[in-house]
Design a protein around this ligand. Structure first.
Ligand code: MTE
Ligand code: MO
Length: 499
């Protein structure tokens, strides 16, 4: 009985403290709540193989999974504290102290963290300690009098009071952040992007309907537990470091520059062979080259370190900003301002580079430096510095393990080699000779190429493999490699059953 009392008291006390801390954080420092801070710290500290596993197994759901794990750890800790505290009151400061220090340290150590960010966790832990002490406090003489049928009514009353308080604080916290979210959404809706000075060419006739990926279906990969809400009216971009002249721009000033509009395929280095982390959108943005020329890149600078509002760093080779490709600071995606999840108000985009090397979202700073001098976030974790996209291809139809009738079956998919372009795509049935697929028209060498093949399917189990050759003549290698450290290789192969 006393164990149950301790366990429930521990959970309710911790819930009260956490709800209060989250409310305080929501009010003063959005995005710096202790849960998110701890989650972010866990993400950053997670070894690359586990991260790869998480992205592979859970994809965009990796964050709910992480938060659930943190929740389970929290419950174990608070239950233990509560039970221990029924016998040993010193367990209260010890248990809540551990939680408070963990939360405060995580918040302090976030890349964009300040001393102030430690306050909500410290406050919440103190409150949780007080609540637990209050819950477990008994007046010896009165203890028996209030117990009826084995139920301690005073404890139940206190638990209910605290639970109600925690619920109210949680609701208030959600309301505050919901309002902020709304405000960010509204400021995005209010934006009228100027027309491009250099618009995209119309998509060629004969392009298939799903060439452009709708923004709502576009894959999302980032380390942000909560989507950063950036107010475009206070957003600034600073270009500094190894430059002759520092540049600082507001969003309005950025939009006054001539904009280009381009169809570009973006993909993630963590994409497995045949995986879903790739999409093509029509992007609107300011060419980076013009800004770099204005700033005057100094000799020796070979890396642009892009920093985002939440402290991500992405290292992009300077050469890819000046060699004539359409590297841009994107403000628009598929005819609208960038969606919040895809980097509103401004993100980098570098054709030919994986996202981790050229596509910093919520960007606010570009520092010119060298690869020798600074390792960006992913490079620090062992990923390749260059981030050049590898030639690859994927079978989208039929689906793996599909069953179909014998006869003519359309096999179709995409192939990509941004900056080089796709020359041929070939299909091999059951390891037989490679047959060339028909290539559909495509927008440019920076976009994927759709392909299809009519296959005379005979009854029985079959395997279908695809390989692409880029315009440099390089054939996609058969050797299977995992995404780490510079992108997966190997032929996408699927099994189907005919008849
Ligand atoms: N600020 C920030 N930018 C980021 C990332 C991130 O974690 N934080 N992830 C990068 C990675 S790994 C990829 S693949 C692309 C994905 O962009 P998307 O989510 O718009 O598809 O964003 C890049 N830019
Ligand atoms: Mo990525």
């Amino acid at each position: 009985m006393s164990r149950l009392r301790g366990a429930i008291s521990g959970i309710v006390a911790a819930g009260t403290g956490i709800a209060a801390a989250e409310l305080l954080a929501a009010a003063v420092r959005p995005g710096a709540g202790p849960l998110v801070a701890v989650g972010g710290t866990v993400i950053d500290a997670t070894p690359t193989p586990i991260k790869e596993f998480a992205v592979r197994e859970w994809g965009t759901h990796d964050k709910p999974v992480l938060l659930s794990v943190i929740g389970v750890v929290l419950v174990l800790l608070t239950v233990t504290t509560g039970i221990a505290a029924t016998r040993w009151r010193a367990a209260i400061p010890v248990g809540t102290g551990v939680l408070g220090v963990a939360g405060a340290a995580a918040a302090l150590c976030r890349p964009a963290g300040t001393v102030l960010d430690a306050v909500p966790a410290a406050f919440g832990a103190a409150l949780a300690g007080l609540a637990l002490w209050w819950l477990l406090r008994e007046r010896r003489d009165a203890a028996d009098a209030v117990r009826e049928n084995g139920v301690d009514r005073r404890l139940v009353l206190r638990l209910s009071l605290l639970a109600a308080g925690a619920g109210a604080a949680e609701a208030a916290g959600l309301a505050v952040s919901g309002q902020r979210e709304n405000a960010a959404g509204k400021s995005r809706e209010a934006i009228r992007l100027p027309a491009a000075a250099d618009p995209a060419k119309p998509l060629p006739n004969g392009i298939a309907a799903d060439f452009t990926t709708p923004s709502a279906n576009f894959y999302r990969v980032d380390t942000a537990l909560t989507v950063p809400r950036v107010d475009p009216s206070t957003w600034r971009l600073k270009i500094h470091g190894m430059v002759d002249r520092e540049i600082e721009l507001s969003f309005t000033e950025l939009l006054r520059r001539p904009l280009i509009e381009r169809d570009i395929t973006l993909n993630c280095v963590s994409n497995e062979v045949g995986g879903p982390y790739i999409g093509t959108a029509r992007w609107l943005g300011v060419p980076l080259a013009a800004l770099l020329k204005e700033a005057g890149v100094q000799a020796g600078a070979d890396q642009i370190v892009a920093r985002s509002v939440e402290g991500m760093t992405i290292g992009t080779p300077v050469a890819t900003g000046l060699d004539g490709r359409d590297t841009m600071l994107a403000v628009g995606m598929n005819g609208e301002p960038l969606p919040l999840e895809h980097g509103f108000p401004v993100r980098m985009l570098t054709p030919g580079l994986y996202g981790y090397a050229g596509a910093c979202k919520w960007v606010t700073e570009l520092e010119l430096t060298t690869f020798d001098r600074f390792d960006a976030y992913w490079v620090e974790r062992g990923w390749d510095t260059e981030g050049t996209v590898k030639t690859a291809s994927r079978i989208d139809k039929p689906k793996p393990f599909a069953r179909m009738a014998a006869g003519t079956v359309t096999v179709a998919g995409v192939a990509w080699a941004q900056r080089r372009g796709i020359e041929t795509v070939e299909i091999s049935v059951d390891g037989g000779p490679w047959q060339p697929a028909e290539l559909l028209p495509t927008a440019s060498i920076d976009t994927w190429t759709q392909w299809r093949l009519s296959w005379k399917a005979t009854a029985g189990p079959h395997s279908l493999a695809v390989r692409a050759t880029d315009k440099s003549g390089a054939v996609q290698p058969e050797t299977r490699a995992t995404p780490f450290p510079d992108g997966a290789t190997g032929w996408h192969t699927i099994s189907v059953t005919v008849g």
